[in-house]
Design a protein around this ligand. Structure first.
Ligand code: GAL
Length: 377
């Protein structure tokens, strides 16, 4: 009897050991045997995430993978549930651009339990060891480019000043947003400290300048408020906007409420179609272009290796056709330094739009006046 119980016990143990070795995500409900990639994008409302989703989907599908692509309307609870749903249906890898960098605990625990690799796409996911890699642009560099653009446009090194500047930052739930702000502030700090650059609203910290959801509407409301409170007689020389969606709101506020007729220096990021027009029309001074097709291709290459049970390292960059650096020291998510692949952004003004056209992703219009993305959203 004892022998029988021992034999039964070892069978049970063998069974559970075998179960440990099986990634639950690979059990296909449709029986196709194809591996499935779950892609979670924050919101379909912003132009860039539509492009990212499209590029990623086509790269994986062309290579024979199944793709589940979800957008969660900038709602972090919904994104958590959407990811849980994908895990439940069965995915072999997750690629996530988080709505909120810190609130995916439940779904990430589930991914970890199922041994599904999680790659943070564009935005780092915080306080978890479930994330294996991070693919993004050099976020500090984006901010630095914006800050240095303002410095040079106002000739802060030589001009007497003082100049008035306002900061409109990104969403505080997005880990990138602080990197953008810090990068920009670092480039301007010296002039703020010396009084050459002044912020009449007194809002010169990330916390005080953050914009919920990166929304155009929220940026417009905030800028309108500051214009009426601090700029009834004062000149506005520059607005450091963290990206194009917030820049649009600022531009609308200026158009409607700013009575002094000078055009301030306005920064942006992403190269959204509407903002590219504003560059030509002189309503926005620059944008930082991040080639999302390149970002998607790096994410694809890293994911592919993970799906083949390989371990991507710094060496991978040598085989990639894009300008990207490997960095294992800059992005700490609170639990560990996440191995990162960081692409290089480019400053775009009305004078070098051809750079974007040369990527093949944008084209001139019939009058050769404006450019827009080839697959216009
Ligand atoms: C950031 C992203 C930017 C911008 C912003 C708003 O995380 O890096 O490119 O699009 O979100 O969606």
């Amino acid at each position: 009897m004892r022998k029988m119980i021992a034999a039964m016990l070892s069978l049970v143990m063998l069974g559970s050991l075998a179960a440990c070795g099986t990634k639950k995500g690979t059990e296909k409900k449709d029986g196709s045997g194809k591996k499935t990639v779950g892609i979670a994008m924050p919101s379909a409302k912003l132009e860039r995430w539509n492009s990212d989703g499209d590029y990623l989907r086509s790269l994986f599908e062309k290579d024979g993978y199944e793709v589940k692509l979800i957008y969660s309307d900038n709602d972090s609870t919904r994104q958590n549930n959407d990811i849980l749903g994908m895990l439940n249906e069965g995915v072999d890898l997750l690629l996530i651009a988080a709505v909120d960098s810190s609130t995916l605990t439940k779904s990430l625990e589930e991914a970890k339990a199922k041994e599904i690799p999680v790659v943070a796409y564009d935005r780092l996911i915080m306080n978890t060891n479930a994330v294996t890699y991070y693919i993004s642009f050099d976020n500090s560099e984006v901010g630095r480019m914006q800050g240095e653009f303002v410095r040079d446009a106002l000739d802060l090194e030589n001009a007497k000043g003082p100049f008035n500047i306002e900061f409109i930052s990104g969403d505080s739930a997005d880990n990138n947003a602080r990197f953008f702000f810090d990068g920009a502030y670092e480039a301007l700090k010296k002039y703020i400290n010396s009084g050459k650059l002044v912020s009449p609203s007194g809002k010169t910290t990330f916390e005080k300048t953050a914009t919920k959801d990166w929304s155009t509407e929220n940026a417009k409301t905030e800028m309108t408020r500051r214009l009426s409170a601090y700029f009834s007689g004062a000149k506005l020389d520059a607005v450091l906007c963290a990206n194009d969606s917030t820049a649009l709101g600022v531009e609308e506020a200026i158009e409607e409420s700013y009575k002094l007729k000078n055009v301030p220096v306005i920064t942006g990021q992403d190269g959204d179609n509407e903002n590219l027009k504003k560059l030509v029309d002189g309503k926005q001074s620059m944008t930082v272009f991040k080639n999302v097709r390149d970002e998607a291709s790096v994410a694809f290459e890293v994911s592919k290796r993970l799906l083949n049970d390989e371990v991507p390292t710094g060496k991978l960059v040598e085989s990639l056709a894009v300008d990207v650096k490997y960095d294992s020291e800059s992005y700490n998510n609170g639990v560990k330094y996440v191995q990162s692949y960081l692409l290089v952004p480019t400053v775009i003004t009305k004078d070098n739009l051809q750079i974007m056209v040369n990527t093949g992703l944008y084209q001139w219009d019939a009058e050769n006046k404006y450019i827009e993305s080839v697959n216009k959203q």
